[in-house]
Design a protein around this ligand. Structure first.
Ligand SMILES: [Mn+2]
Length: 346
């Protein structure tokens, strides 16, 4: 008999699934692969258990993750209920990241179950399972399903594998742990097609998206003596190639690839002269970018974070790059380092 560590929180969650009558499952707005994959996988396990459930749309699904979702599987609006029996929050560190259709509020519930891997998680549910060591919520759900003895069919293994694949940046970021790879290996055994999923996620860019990337690359620059790199996606670029902001998913990984860079920044203008979404990545763990993002009202993980800064562009760039420079100087002074979780800010 394999000895398992006692994990009371996981057992409490599986008990809540067993006894729950009706479930509402939520994942964060601007969904990434972990949000979409976790949402769909939990929905399918609840379906296999014969549990009534609603998966509320976290917002428009980026095209590279659309293959994970079956038609009609996600509800665009919340059906009317006085009260939900059990509400799941997946990969949601704070109420401001709830699907925007909820206007920052969880509808009335009997039980709120919070499953996340963000260190910044500030939600106090009925049951809270926040594992900052986990690569992704997908990995956590794999552990939950395995421990609870639920059947992990190929249609559950596929979205969970996609969640782990994308939150580890294709098994490249420091959160690529033995535990993440073990989960991924087990999911392949359960029918996840690793090459097929990677091809759908990374090998299916539209020509438009690649042209937009080309435009963005023209703005790639380094600063802070080569220790930081940044890149822009502007409204003009989107108009020029006929693309939308949805097609910029994954762009934040490119400035991160520059040799010697410790902090990478992607600026995405949210409309002409409007707010700018800033994605921050820390490459070597010298800077905790969740703190940097926090200075602008955002958040995330030490290795991957984001914030929204009010335009215009020049001012945003100056403020953010000044903060990056300060953080690098501070890192030199304190010798701060750590592995850091560089999964996407979701
Ligand atoms: Mn995640």
């Amino acid at each position: 008999v394999k000895t398992q560590h006692p994990e009371p929180i996981i057992d409490n969650i599986s008990e809540a699934i067993r006894t729950g009558e009706e479930f509402l499952v939520l994942a964060h707005v601007n969904p990434d692969g972990d949000a979409v994959g976790s949402l769909v996988a939990l929905g399918r396990v609840l379906a296999a258990l014969g549990k009534p459930r609603v998966l509320l749309s976290p917002g428009r699904i980026p095209p590279e993750y659309a293959f994970l979702v079956a038609s009609g599987e996600i509800s665009l609006s919340l059906p009317a209920r006085d009260r939900w029996d059990t509400v799941f929050l997946l990969d949601i560190p704070c109420f401001s990241r709830l699907p925007s259709s909820l206007s920052g509020q969880v509808p009335p519930y009997n039980r709120l179950i919070n499953i996340d891997h963000h260190a910044s998680n500030s939600i106090s549910g009925t049951l809270n399972w926040v594992d900052v060591e986990a690569s992704s919520v997908g990995e956590m759900l794999y552990r939950l399903f395995e421990r609870a003895g639920y059947v992990i069919s190929a249609d559950v293994a596929t979205p969970l594998y996609a969640a782990i694949l994308t939150d580890t940046g294709s098994f490249r970021f420091p959160n690529t742990t033995a535990s993440a790879l073990t989960a991924a290996a087990q999911l392949i055994k359960r029918g996840a097609d690793a090459a097929g999923i990677a091809d759908r996620v990374y090998g299916s860019y539209s020509v438009r998206k690649l042209r937009l990337l080309g435009e963005a690359f023209k703005t790639l620059a380094v600063c802070c003596s080569g220790r930081a790199a940044f890149m822009w996606v502007t409204t003009e670029m989107l108009q020029k190639v006929g693309a939308s902001l949805l097609e910029t998913d994954g762009f934040e990984n490119f400035p991160r690839r520059v040799t010697g860079v410790e902090v990478a920044v992607l600026f995405k203008e949210q409309g002409e002269g409007r707010d700018v979404k800033v994605s921050l990545r820390s490459k070597k763990g010298s800077v905790d970018v969740s703190r940097l993002a926090g200075r602008f009202g955002g958040g995330g993980h030490p290795g991957a974070a984001g914030c929204i800064v009010a335009g215009p562009r020049e001012a945003v760039q100056e403020q953010v790059l000044n903060a990056v420079a300060e953080a690098l100087t501070k890192a030199d002074a304190t010798g701060n380092a750590g592995p850091g979780n560089t999964s996407p800010e979701g």
